[in-house]
Design a protein around this ligand. Sequence first.
Ligand code: HEC
Length: 222
Amino acid sequence: MIKTIKNWALVSLTVMAGFSLNVQAAGGYNIELEKVHNNVRDTESLQRGAVHFVNYCMACHSAGLMRYNRVARDLGWTEEEVVSLLSYDQRLPVDYMTTWMEDGVSEALFGIKAPDLSVMTRAKGNDYIYTFIRGYYQQEDGSWNNKVLEGTSMPNVLEGVRRHATEAEFDQFTTDLVNFMDYVGEPSKVQRWDLGWKVIAFLFVLLILTYLLKREYWRDVK
Ligand code: HEC
């Protein structure tokens, strides 16, 4: 019995170690990623990020798992506000945040469909997105390349913003943008955190009660 338990423990440890190594390998880009200090509890930052996202990313990308009315509810907007702020083409609050671009255009222009960004922060990490959108550099012939995704077919869409902003403003702009994408990746994150503490606190109280109960039951058994 003990031996079986030991074996199982060993197997799970090995699997876990392998898993964490794998995750590290997947995160192992050949450049140092910049750290983004975003905060999904900061509603104003999320609101700014949502507007940036719609203005600068949705021309090509979708956040096709997210509906306007959910954004309204979580970011403190009315349904009328969210539609007028985040949609240019008379969409309804129940609509998904899909790209303005028509089917096939991205393939024709860039040779590839711009990926859906709904869960991109969860797939690649906030720091990756942050570094990627800030990672464009000009090559000797004047064309743009990206230090995170060399030879990417995504144009340097934030160059105009960067040129007209101070460094601090651009940091804020890109942080807000990643913050919104982080929120879209897991809209209930804040609720999960808040509920998590309550569950742990409840289990702790339950542990004490159960222990007292156990002592009571065993009091006369010696
Ligand atoms: C003009 C069209 C266009 C716009 C606007 C645009 N993108 Fe992209 N984006 C693309 C294309 C095309 C790709 C696929 C690039 C590739 O695989 O080389 C892409 C890929 C990406 C990726 C995936 C990178 C990877 O590692 O595979 C991310 C993240 C991304 N874009 C974020 C953004 C964000 C954030 C914005 C808004 C600031 C934005 N994009 C605006 C066209 C666009």
